[in-house]
Design a protein around this ligand. Structure first.
Ligand code: NAD
Ligand code: DAU
Length: 340
């Protein structure tokens, strides 16, 4: 099989490619990534030595570049990870989110149709459902996104389904909860806590810190995406979650204790505008249809993750470039975080 992966130099994409090449040894992979601030070739170090793996630097919103990639590679299947993925950046500057997360998906869908891909998997998010205080969202729940990021992902889900209903494109959508693990850019909560704590820097907790997320180890998500790609029913959506809900404060305190750092590093700052209080998805469908369930406990996943960041401090430093620092200086001063 020939698989075109987009956004493979980001966090989940890189973990997925590493997982996939081990599991499907005869499969050829083309990784298409624009290498934004979040894309990092180091995440796939060693991969270029494999003869069934190729990387092309290209932008999914550029139709000419995508047509060329599809024409030359002729993929059987496509998995789209490429996205602007950080909610806070979408609040500060939404335009890139609309362009990549919606228009870029449109370009990919057109190419998949034109070049006859037989599976198109869109990696979406549980954030499209919005916040839920009690119970869990299932795949037919109404979507009600809160941020420009989640609205752009929800719009893309609509477009993906429209290509299925209108043109019969064999699409699949996954909506997973919050991932954590190696290679996650240290702007997201868990890698931010670890990276800041290792450097004895403050950890900004938005509002009261009692917002709840369901923490899924990235390896479990990769396994689920692989299953959905190969065995999922086309035209369908699959929720993926760990069923491990914790408040942000619980997660921050737990990591500080493991690293033996003072809880005094926590600094409550202004809340994120439109901040969703709780995410929770039912995973009954993927369990029943595909026999998937999470296999890595939070304790085990966190220990692997912390270990990876402790052993890859130069990777952390390489991500914290001048552009990163100037964004955060401005961003954190807006939140009222001192001494960053
Ligand atoms: P990430 O930000 O770490 O990586 C995104 C990758 O996409 C980067 O390599 C970047 O260079 C690339 N990219 C961005 N714009 C591009 C463009 N126009 N053309 C080509 N490449 C482009 O993101 P992630 O956390 O790995 O998330 C991957 C996908 O999973 C996203 O679609 C996201 O919405 C979804 N998702 C993430 C989570 C999570 O917890 N991280 C949970 C659910 C769903
Ligand atoms: O639920 C899936 C989504 O999870 C993905 O679709 C997104 O791509 C991914 O970024 C993530 O979104 P969140 O907004 O939930 O993740 P983030 O790591 O940004 O924040 C997790 C929680 O921690 C959230 O309640 C906000 C809070 N937070 C975050 C940061 C970065 C803080 O309190 N302080 C922080 O510095």
């Amino acid at each position: 099989m020939k698989l075109l992966v987009t956004g493979g130099c980001g966090f989940i994409g890189a973990n997925f490619i590493r997982y996939y090449v081990k599991k499907h040894r005869s499969c050829a992979i083309l990784n298409v990534d624009k290498l934004t601030y979040a894309g990092n070739l180091q995440n796939l170090e060693g991969m270029e030595e494999r003869k069934n793996y190729r990387f092309v630097r290209a932008d999914i919103t550029n139709a000419a570049q995508m047509r060329q990639a599809f024409r030359r590679f002729r993929p059987d299947a496509v998995v789209n990870f490429a996205a602007e993925s950080f909610v806070d950046r979408s609040i500060a500057a939404p335009a890139a989110f609309l362009k990549t997360n919606f228009l870029g998906v449109g370009v990919l869908l057109n190419c998949a149709l034109e070049y006859g891909a037989t599976r198109f998997l869109q990696v979406s998010t549980d954030e499209v459902y919005g916040s839920i205080l009690k119970g869990k969202f299932h795949e037919r729940s109404v979507i009600d996104p809160s941020s420009p990021y989640s609205a752009s992902k929800a719009a893309a889900d609509g477009l993906v389904m429209a290509f299925h209903r209108t043109y019969g494109l064999p699409v699949l959508i996954t909506r997973s909860s919050n991932n954590y693990g190696p290679y996650q850019f240290p702007e997201k909560l868990i890698p931010l806590i670890i990276s800041n704590a290792l450097n004895h820097q403050k950890i900004p907790v938005y509002g009261d810190g009692l917002h709840v997320r369901d923490w899924l180890y990235v390896g479990d998500n990769c396994r689920a995406i692989d299953l959905v790609l190969h065995k999922g029913r086309t035209g369908e959506i699959y929720n993926i979650g760990a069923q491990y809900e914790r408040t942000n404060l619980y997660v921050v305190e737990k990591i500080l204790r493991i690293l033996n750092k003072p809880l005094g590093l926590i600094e409550h700052v202004k809340d994120r505008p439109g901040h969703d209080r709780r995410y929770a998805v039912s995973i009954t469908k993927i369990k029943k249809q595909l026999g998937w369930q999470p296999s890595v406990s939070f304790e085990a996943g966190l220990s692997k993750t912390i270990d990876w960041y402790e052993h890859n401090r130069s990777w952390i430093e390489n991500t914290r470039t001048g552009a990163y620092r100037s964004f955060y200086r401005k961003y954190y001063s807006g939140l009222g975080l001192k001494n960053f």
